[in-house]
Design a binder for this molecule. Structure first.
Ligand code: IMP
Ligand code: MG
Length: 182
């Protein structure tokens, strides 16, 4: 690929790959949520780019809201500690909630989030993750209803995903060179 960032070891999903994935997910969600009361909830900040694309590929009425949680800090490993930094502004009671995530790794973040959101009595609660690192022997705590694409168990950046708040703006998903965080 032309103009790949010098810190990227290799590109896993190109802009074209991503566009096709988002189109497929949007069509599925459009079909499944016809006539329902869909609320997309994105987890800041990583899911913002995916959210922006996904919502435009959904052709049925929906609202959006955002939450911010922290589980990783600036590192590359899950701390298992999740803190709500920003809560929802809207009431999800009786509504059809779809959590929009950038990447599902251990699932610790989402597990916590889903328990928290379930206590607010949505009429349904599902997960749409762009990437799923469902590698063998590393079972995620969550079973997402919608999965963009399976991802190898490597640290990836781009399309919203960061390392220490960098690389979120790359339009593709790539593996970060290990010397960048070593
Ligand atoms: P989990 O709780 O282990 O599922 O981690 C979820 C969160 O960790 C994601 O929302 C990301 O913010 C971050 N994360 C996990 N894997 C990666 C990666 O490969 N690159 C960048 N961030 C990641
Ligand atoms: Mg992050």
């Amino acid at each position: 690929m032309e103009n790949t960032h010098p810190d990227i070891e290799r590109v896993l999903f190109t802009e074209e790959d991503i566009a096709a994935i988002v189109k497929r997910l949007g069509a599925q969600i459009t079909e499944d949520y016809q006539g329902r009361d869909l609320v997309l909830i994105a987890v800041l900040r990583g899911a913002v780019v995916f959210m922006g694309d996904l919502m435009r590929s959904i052709d049925t009425a929906c609202s959006i809201d955002f939450m911010a949680v922290s589980s990783y800090g600036d590192g590359v490993k899950s701390s298992g500690i999740v803190r709500i930094i920003k809560d929802l502004d809207i009431d999800i009671n009786g509504r059809d909630v779809l959590i929009v995530e950038d990447v599902l790794d251990s699932g610790l973040t989402l597990k916590y989030l889903m328990k928290n959101l379930a206590s607010r009595h949505p009429s349904s609660l599902e997960v749409c993750t762009f990437l799923w690192k469902d590698v063998e022997g590393k079972q995620a705590a969550i079973d997402p209803k919608y999965v963009g694409v399976h991802c190898p168990d490597e640290f990836v950046v781009g399309y919203g995903l960061d390392y220490a708040e960098h690389y979120r703006n790359l339009p593709y998903v790539g593996v970060l060179k290990s010397e960048v965080y070593a």
